[in-house]
Design a protein around this ligand. Structure first.
Ligand code: NDP
Length: 334
């Protein structure tokens, strides 16, 4: 029995010394549990976050604890009703040669399933792309979608689904070879090598060339320079499913740039951030008057006004309002 433990918390990008290989006696399944021999283990960007002690949507890995992760393998011993010995199964095994899991935390797979597909294209990352695109991307035929880490399991799923729905798809990937794969294997209409660009401005120019109609959906996987390049190219009413920001996962606390932290908060707190221009919504105005008008008349909704006297008082009242000189709605009474 071997496992990879977290030896210490990384500072910035992880290094080999942050991990340790441990061995020990083979774990024994208790009542309702199974022993799995792991054949395939998933490595995912989120695991970088689990190595930190920071409060997040998931518990950190303890020092000395086994690195977390999903695995696939064979059931060697079973003391759980629904999990037969010899079955192909998946669960959160961690980075280990074997794992004891509760039967109910294990999913038995069809024999024909390629084991590793359960960790990628048909597993958590593929599902992330499928669900996030339809719920938050809301793709429409004829629109343009940009995704970075485009040859990864999330990006490649997003790109292929969007293309099948009639969008123009633009991949951002690291290196020429990945760009070729993006076009040839995943059918992206264009692929841009972010590593070939020194700064966000030059990357932006390349993306703008590939997206002559602007960007309607930016699927966010990476943050960093790609985000900086893409944002000014977004079209009105565009959507940004915020899935990850892997370029910032190694960012050390105390950085003076607060965008990574803010961006991460949007993700982990599942915030909805919406641009609001009231002109888009005037058709609801009668509804507003009908609901709120009577409440104002009845004194259930209070309001206060600050009245300046005379037209000539307008400039001064306006200047003062911008600095907080008004208390309540600033009005000029002529
Ligand atoms: P990938 O297999 O695509 O691996 C990460 C890729 O990120 C790298 O291969 C690299 O691709 C790219 N990358 C790394 N650093 C940078 C950088 N500085 N600038 C630009 N690109 C960079 O990962 P996944 O498909 O598994 O995950 C993609 C994203 O989705 C991650 O951010 C992950 O955390 C997130 N995710 C979020 C989930 C959620 O529930 N919110 C669920 C699953 C994944 P390249 O060389 O092409 O640049």
């Amino acid at each position: 029995y071997r496992r990879i433990a977290l030896a210490r918390r990384p500072s910035g990008d992880p290094v080999p010394e942050d991990f340790s290989l441990e061995s020990g006696p083979m774990p024994e399944p208790g009542e309702g549990e199974v022993l799995i021999e792991v054949t395939h283990l998933s490595l995912d960007p989120y695991m970088r976050g689990r190595m930190d002690d920071a409060k997040s949507y998931a518990e950190p890995v303890a020092i000395g604890g086994t690195m977390t992760g999903q695995g696939v393998g064979r059931v060697l011993r079973s003391r759980a009703e629904d999990v037969p010995e010899g079955a192909l199964a998946t669960g959160i095994t961690g980075w280990a040669s074997h794992a004891v899991l509760r039967g109910k935390d294990v999913r038995v797979l069809d024999e024909g399933t390629p084991p590793s597909s359960v960790l990628g294209v048909l597993g958590m990352p593929g599902f992330t792309g499928w669900q996030g695109l339809r719920e938050y991307g809301r793709p429409k035929r004829g629109e343009t979608l940009v995704v970075a880490a485009a040859t990864g399991p999330v990006g490649s799923m997003v790109g292929q689904l969007a293309r099948a729905q009639g969008l123009r798809t633009i991949a951002i990937a690291g290196g020429e070879e990945k760009c070729r794969i993006a076009r040839e294997t995943f059918g992206f209409d264009a692929a841009i090598d972010h590593r070939a660009h020194e700064d966000a401005g030059s990357l932006r120019a390349a993306i703008a060339d590939a997206a002559p109609d602007g960007i309607d959906v930016y699927w966010e996987n990476v943050g960093g320079r790609v985000l900086e390049a893409v944002l000014p190219l977004m079209n009105t009413h565009g959507r940004i499913p915020l899935c990850g920001a892997v370029a910032w996962y190694g960012a050390t606390p105390g950085d003076t740039d607060h965008l990574p932290r803010a961006w991460r908060a949007i993700l982990t707190k599942r915030l909805s951030v919406n641009g609001l221009i009231i002109f888009d919504h005037w058709h609801h105005y009668p509804e507003f008057l009908k609901e709120v008008g009577p409440k104002v008349a009845a004194g259930e909704i209070a309001y206060i006004e600050d009245v300046a006297e005379g037209l000539e008082a307008a400039p001064e009242a306006f200047i003062s309002m911008l600095k907080g000189g008004n208390t309540g709605k600033q009005i000029v009474a002529l």
